[in-house]
Design a protein around this ligand. Structure first.
Ligand code: LRH
Ligand code: MN
Length: 431
């Protein structure tokens, strides 16, 4: 039994207040869905199997290039971060794994880190390498790129770092590495655009060769930032072509914030799934750029449409369908635990709404070019308030019917503010 970061009796007490209302709402929604040919318990069971990984870097307060505003009691190292991840899991019951980032999460004793996670009932999803920052004492700078740098010594260092991340990930029980590189340029003429991709493919092939049998490598594309003229892996097309060239273990990761405004991301998801290269997601939301806002907080309809394509993709190819679901957010003005609880619920809600779509009717309307009925079939699912299903799934898994209220009743943050050393103010940056 995992160490109880959230006392079960507290969850029980908070649930007892809300159970009758939940039962009533669940029964009434069940009847409504039944009239639409949807078995509510089937959706609930699917949600109970659904999980999205927490980014270790999202458990501390995030910042921008301008500033970061720490909060008392925020975690100061990966062990404390795992405790906060366990709080999110204890209340929300759909975030059983953590995605780590190296060297931000580097420890001397990896076995101790694995044991800590195990004692908290947590596992590890994809590890993330970092060749977009220079570490103290690092022989070669990544200022002018990493895996695609003109200088082979820089490329060697970056390849070595990724292979180290794989080795650490293997010790933790992870089975994938996400490779996002900031490589690009700020001026026309600064970089040899074609040569940069050749160097990328060569470096990635060396990392690919180091992948253990069951592992996958996720290529994460991004339109811009920190490079503002060209980015080597800037779009899904480049990512797909590279994944096809590298081999079966290479797949594409879609970070929702890494596209130009108004790009049809759900169609990108359908395309990558069609070619068997949909490796995973970094869920978040944005209004302008890579804002890393809470999932579903700005454009929940897009998140629904992404999951609508995911449900279709799984129906089309159940064998090959194995995307890794992860959050990737920066919590600059909220308690990260509350944002993570909300965001994991928003992702699960998008999934639930996609599961109540009347797929046979939709296919029929699409075949008959009945535009309005095709649209209305999707919109009806989107307009379905699935929160009773999410709450019931959490409740049946031992979680909280109302995670935020239960979290606040726990006074976790105030208690941790007494125990943990304060994070220095006046810093900036994502972590
Ligand atoms: C790049 C990115 C990438 C992570 C970083 C924290 O913008 O999305 O996935 O390495 O954020
Ligand atoms: Mn990301």
């Amino acid at each position: 039994m995992p160490d109880a970061v959230m006392p079960p009796e507290l969850i029980e007490r908070e649930n007892a207040i809300r159970l009758d209302a939940l039962e009533d709402e669940y029964e009434s929604l069940g009847r409504a869905l039944d009239r639409r040919g949807v078995a509510i318990d089937g959706v609930k069971d699917a949600l109970k199997r659904f999980g999205v990984a927490i980014p270790s870097w999202g458990v501390g307060v995030g910042g921008t290039r301008f500033a970061k505003f720490p909060i008392p009691g925020e975690p100061t190292n990966i062990f404390e971060k795992l405790e906060d991840c366990a709080v999110v899991q204890a209340l929300g019951r759909n975030t059983p794994t953590v995605s780590t980032h190296f060297p931000w999460d580097r420890v001397d004793d990896v076995a101790a880190l694995k044991e800590k996670a195990r004692s908290l009932g947590l596992g590890f999803d994809a590890v993330n390498s970092n060749t977009f920052q220079d570490q103290p004492g690092q022989p070669h700078s990544y200022k002018y790129g990493s895996l695609t740098a003109a200088d082979p010594a820089v490329r060697d260092q970056a390849v070595e770092h990724n292979i180290e991340c794989i080795a650490t990930g293997e010790q933790l029980g992870a089975e994938a590495i996400t490779v996002w590189i900031a490589d690009g340029s700020n001026f026309p003429g600064q970089s040899d655009l074609a040569g940069a991709l050749d160097r990328y493919l060569d470096s990635m092939a060396r990392i690919y060769a180091a992948l253990p049998e069951r592992w996958r490598m996720f290529i994460e594309h991004k339109l811009y930032e920190p490079a503002f003229y060209s980015t080597v892996v800037s779009d899904w097309g480049t990512s797909l072509l590279c994944a096809q060239q590298l081999g079966a273990k290479a797949q594409c990761l879609v970070d929702l914030g890494h596209h130009a405004p108004n790009v049809n991301i759900e169609q990108i998801v359908a395309r990558l799934a069609r070619f068997g290269k949909l490796g995973g997601f970094h869920f978040n939301d944005s209004k302008y750029g890579d804002d890393d806002l809470d999932s579903g907080s700005i454009n929940p309809h897009q998140l629904f449409l992404v999951f609508n394509e995911l449900v279709e993709a799984e129906r089309r190819d159940p064998e090959g369908f194995r995307p890794a679901y992860m959050l990737d957010q920066s919590h600059n003005v909220t308690d990260p635990i509350e944002s993570l609880l909300n965001s994991a619920a928003a992702v699960a809600a998008a999934h639930a709404r996609a599961l109540v779509v009347d797929r046979d009717a939709l296919a029929e309307h699409q075949r008959a070019n009945d535009v309005i009925m095709g649209f209305n079939t999707l919109r009806r699912a989107y307009d379905t308030d699935v929160t009773p299903i999410l709450a019931r799934a959490r409740y049946e898994l031992g979680g909280a019917i109302d995670p935020i209220a239960t979290y606040r009743a726990s006074e976790w943050r105030a208690r941790k503010a007494q125990e943990r050393k304060p994070v220095a103010t006046g810093q900036a940056g994502i972590v």
